[in-house]
Write a protein that binds this ligand. Sequence first.
Ligand code: AMP
Length: 191
Amino acid sequence: MLNIILFGPPGSGKGTQSDLIVEKYKLKHLSTGDILRDEIKKESELGKIAETYITQGNLVPDKMIIDILLNKIDNDQNDYNGIILDGFPRTLVQAEALEEILNKHNKKISVLIEINIDDEALIERVLTRGKTSGRADDNIETMKKRLNIYKTQSTPACEFYKKLNKYAAIDGLGTIDEVFGRISTIIDSKL
Ligand code: AMP
């Protein structure tokens, strides 16, 4: 089984790269951002609560997001070679909970891949994306807050996997194919 965490700041290309990884390695894609946006669209209770956090650029509370993931990982995954987690874990508490969930299912993370890009490039990308994405959080104020939250709250999740020797980093600048090539090299080394 190949269980991968794709980690990186907002605008680093996690969604785009996840799609390519899913296709090449036949993994199940779990994007907590996509799940939450879907709930917002459906106007579910969960969606209504999540929206108040997302539009402010804040993280949704750990418990809420862990419950969502518990449910998704519980579901049968026999049709896949593993999972790709995109946008989760984003805090140390989430990383610890993930380890617990996976342990229960006799699964483990193969590697966390961090996509590194400097803030200026990220801000430019997200503002460009905002013109067409319709995402309420793709604007300059929210983006600055999200970057700050990434550094303060999400980096500890990354450190957690560094300590487990399950960490790899790649340069996120370049074409989609170039970045995917770097990611593929790391994944291939885990096969
Ligand atoms: P994303 O599409 O991954 O950038 O996620 C969009 C927004 O959804 C984030 O800015 C958070 O508000 C929320 N979100 C997504 N994943 C998580 C998570 N693992 N923990 C907390 N909030 C999350």
